[in-house]
Design a protein around this ligand. Sequence first.
Ligand code: GLU
Length: 416
Amino acid sequence: MTPSDGTSSFDEVNQSFDKAADRLGLADGVREMLRRPWRELRVSVPIRMDDGSIKVFDGYRVQHNGVRGPYKGGIRYHPDADQEEVRALASLMTWKNALADIPFGGAKGGVQCDPAQLSEDELNRLTRRYTVNIEHLLGVNRDIPAPDLGTDAQTMAWMMDAYGQIHGYIPGVVTGKPVELGGSVGREQATGRGVVFVTRNAAMDMGMDHSQARIVIQGFGNVGSWTANIAGELGCKVTGVSDVNGGVHNEAGLDIPALLDHKREAGTVAGFAGGEPMSNAELLELDCEVLIPAAIDRVIHKENAPNVRAGMIVEAANHPLTPEADDIFEDRGIPVIPDILVNAGGVIVSYFEWTQNLYQHRWTIDEVNTELDSIISKAYRKVRETAGEKGLSHRDAAFLIGVGRVAETSRIRGFL
Ligand code: GLU
């Protein structure tokens, strides 16, 4: 998928980790302990398909680091979700949760499959079998999954039910559940809302008027579509969006409610009449103030980074830039606001959901959104301050804070 010279995603994430470890002066052993996943599980996930045949999928759960609290991170259903990819995403969760200063370690799970090719019944059976196979790792105070790419609130309902068949009713064992089953209001929108809060803060600091800025969003799944929706509500101008089937562009600003209606009916943004059709590759190179990659990893790399014409890049997806692309933007003076800050809104509201489940009390949507703004904006300010004081990129500053907090907690716990 990516011209990244065969480097794995985990190696790439570790380039940022290593820079932080160098700056913190971490001893070799501590560095090794923080870099490596603490536990990895690969499971076979056999299911009966609707046609009666049996298919076996590979499933993973990687618990990267549990120093700061129970392991926390989503479950991805995607053809690229192999062990290496899940490992990279698990380590990003460790640094993301520490940067947001919420009481979790980092984990990630995945099943290597194409969910678009599976029926609802097949997905239900796949989720149950996967859950039963990793169940011994999970627990409300041990490891708490959530949705990610290719999974949603329904997937979490099946997981909670499968876990409950063994352990009884424990809604806090997964987050991102349907509200009817103990999910939090605002969780589904939370990642997109966080992206918009961070974009607003960064635009303000960079002297842009966010309501005038042209915003281009690549990816129109949960994160991309809610980002567009909420940005639209705040009066921002979204001039381009795309999904796997293609994109649309309108320099005057897309009519987001009409686009969302089109997506609901057609299942894609491609073919929307309120703009010009455009490929994903062209979309990434549109002239704009804010470019938001909100789909999969490594979509901006050394080949297309020189052609990007954005004033700022806001990483809503996990790991959408290769390190070479990062260097190119640094040379070109284009600020990159990193994934572990930008997309933390999802796991922050997962934390609220878990808290609500633990004390059996529901928050209002205003409480959720106000508290989300406060936590993500605090993390944003810390990143800005650190970047300014130490002369670092936003990514290097974010990793320095995240890795520093995990290292310090390890030291205080005294187990080394
Ligand atoms: N999958 C989301 C992420 O990558 C949310 C994880 C969670 O809520 O635990 O941050």
